[in-house]
Design a protein around this ligand. Structure first.
Ligand SMILES: [Zn+2]
Length: 103
């Protein structure tokens, strides 16, 4: 019985570490060379919208986008690693903006 508990505990610790590691993964998008960023509202997909980059951060000698202006209300949005998108909660309907690659 004691051994079983140990195994369970071990598993729990491993899962905790795994989740922590997963959460730590930084998937913030890089700023394209053109510095033009286009987004699409995931919940209301229409055409791609040009978004204004508000803040960038240097990472591995490149720039990542840490803040984008919401195309709907203009408020700054930050990166949501869980959604892999920029999200805005400043209006009635939550907006999730995915980055769209420029063609
Ligand atoms: Zn907004």
């Amino acid at each position: 019985m004691g051994r079983r508990q140990t195994m369970q505990e071990k598993y729990k610790i491993q899962m905790k570490a795994y989740r922590k590691k997963k959460m730590k993964v930084d998937n913030t998008p890089f700023l394209p060379a053109s510095e033009k960023v286009y987004v699409m509202n995931t919940l209301d997909p229409t055409d791609k919208i040009k978004a204004e980059v508000l803040k960038t951060k240097e990472k591995d000698h490149r720039l990542t986008i840490t803040s984008l202006a919401c195309p709907k209300c203009g408020e700054p949005m930050s990166w949501d690693s869980k959604w892999e998108a920029f999200t805005c909660l400043k209006h009635e309907k939550k907006a999730i903006f995915e980055i769209v690659k420029e063609e």
